[in-house]
Design a protein. Structure first.
Length: 190
């Protein structure tokens, strides 16, 4: 088992109850309407498959990086969301609908998360040309935790190579935001 960061399919987005995100979708669209914004309709990925990464390594180093490089509000936002949506929001939205690991759903826009993750990636000199970007299921998890990441760190040392768990989480948040924006789908923890 464990915690996974996953994309939400258009089908699951519209299903109410335990099997889907319809309750969250309804609450989000009601809040967007209240703010004078258009409703969110889940996109459909161009290719088969979905985004899924296992959040298993320790986050201590990543948390320390965030505290060192981000403002306290940016840090809270990056590590505190439970639903990432593929459009810009001027601020996070708290919905009174429970999520997999919280009593409420905290919604944040992918453009903001992408900008924060890019700053962290730059601080680590993360070699994005080496790190998978094809968005295969568990692709980053396997790359960082099954040996290729260690080989790349030996071949291309730098700040990122000192703590592969920190590099992993930086890459996961970066690629999740990119995937969300590219495919127009939400991301959440499962």
């Amino acid at each position: 088992m464990g915690v996974y960061l996953v994309s939400v399919s258009a089908e699951d987005w519209s299903v109410p109850g335990e099997d889907g995100y319809g309750d969250v979708a309804h609450a989000l669209n009601a809040e967007l309407a209240r703010r004078g914004l258009p409703p969110y309709e889940a996109g459909r990925p161009e290719a088969s498959g979905w985004f899924e990464e296992k959040m298993s390594p320790s986050m201590d180093g990543f948390d320390a990086l965030c505290r060192a490089r981000l403002t306290p509000e940016e840090h809270r936002t990056l590590l505190g969301w439970t639903l990432l949506v593929p459009f810009a929001l001027t601020e996070g939205i708290e919905l009174p609908v429970g999520s997999a690991y919280a009593d409420e759903t905290v919604v944040v826009g992918a453009p903001y998360v992408l900008a924060l993750a890019e700053r962290l990636a730059e601080a680590l000199a993360l070699p994005l040309d080496l790190i998978p970007a094809t968005f295969g299921n568990l692709e980053l998890t396997l790359w960082f935790l099954e040996g290729e990441g260690e080989q790349a760190a030996a071949a291309r040392p730098g700040p990122w190579a000192h703590d592969l768990a920190t590099a992993f989480y930086t890459a996961v948040y970066l690629r999740a935001a990119q995937y969300s924006l590219r495919h127009g789908c939400a991301m959440t923890y499962s």
